[in-house]
Design a protein around this ligand. Structure first.
Ligand SMILES: [Zn+2]
Length: 291
């Protein structure tokens, strides 16, 4: 009886010791993994900003289908891999990895041709993109005059189709602050406006598109593109509050992606003007990449 008790106590001691050792081993592995992640070299990320893709004469905000095709071909043949916004969000939260030469492709304003022309080309080159839409354009213009490549905007059904392709994430480009009329530029704060007034106007606008995207397409946007790149220091807290995890500007430059989520706020982008050749444009966006 006494021997049984002693044996039982011994077994308990062995079990406790094994538990402590395994906690120590697992714990040190986890902290090693965390240390490795924090030591990782930052990743350089060029971001392309397209608008309309159609057979109109190329302009600052219009590229032809063959120009887009040539751009994607160039990226592919030079070893670039298109990454999604979600991949970047995951990465900055410590999940997953990024390809050796990532590129983020974005389209602003929500043109119908992003579905009719750009999506087939993204499929052809096995790439993905973020399309940031303006709610008012979809509600008013697209509903009135859908499905002309050169001037229509995406309807809610088109937006759902884009998202269902698995290649396109839908971003917010405001509901109705995509204008330069009056004093306000895009969604920037007016100089004489109080913080409370500004916050309330922006929150209402962002909330409206968020609701429409959710109700019409079941989408919750994580990306926000500032119209005309105009922003104020008061803009970001409102966007964060509404669940935005990445903001896109129109400032040109290279981005540095780390494991910190805040590095996704204020992403620089290079506007893809149709007035440049593919080589000229790619030279611009890759010149700051480390060799
Ligand atoms: Zn725009």
């Amino acid at each position: 009886m006494y021997r049984c008790l002693r044996l039982g106590r011994l077994m308990r001691h062995i079990f406790t010791a094994a538990l402590i050792v395994s906690f120590f081993v697992i714990g040190s592995r986890l902290s090693l993994a965390a240390a490795e992640k924090s030591r990782e070299a930052p990743v350089s990320l060029p971001v392309i900003m397209y608008h309309s893709v159609c057979e109109k004469p190329p302009a600052d905000y219009i590229v032809s289908p063959s120009q887009l095709d040539a751009d994607l071909e160039w990226l592919e043949s030079h070893g670039f891999t298109a990454v999604s916004a979600q991949q970047l969000i995951d990465y900055t939260n410590g999940k997953g990895s990024l390809p050796k030469k990532p590129v983020l492709i974005t389209f602003d304003d929500g043109f119908y041709n992003n579905l009719s022309i750009a999506l087939p080309l993204l499929k052809k080159h096995d790439m993905c993109a973020v399309v940031s839409i303006v709610g008012r354009y979809t509600d008013d213009y697209a509903a009135a005059d859908p499905h002309a490549d050169c001037y229509s905007y995406l309807t809610w059904a088109d937006i759902s189709e884009l998202a269902a392709s698995g290649r396109v994430e839908i971003g917010s480009h405001t509901y109705d602050m995509h204008s330069r009329n009056g004093l306000r530029q895009g969604c920037a704060k007016l100089p004489e406006e109080s913080n409370d007034d500004y916050t309330s106007i922006l929150r209402t606008d962002i909330g409206l598109l968020k609701t429409e995207l959710h109700d019409n397409c079941g989408i919750v946007p994580a990306v926000f593109a500032y119209p005309f790149g105009a922003l104020s220091k008061e803009s970001l807290p409102v966007l964060r509050d509404s669940g935005i995890l990445m903001t896109l500007t129109c400032r040109e430059g290279m981005n540095t992606i780390t494991r910190k989520p805040d590095c996704l706020y204020g992403i620089f982008r290079y506007n893809r003007s149709g007035l440049l050749t593919t080589e000229e444009y790619m030279e611009r966006i890759t010149k700051e990449l480390p060799v």
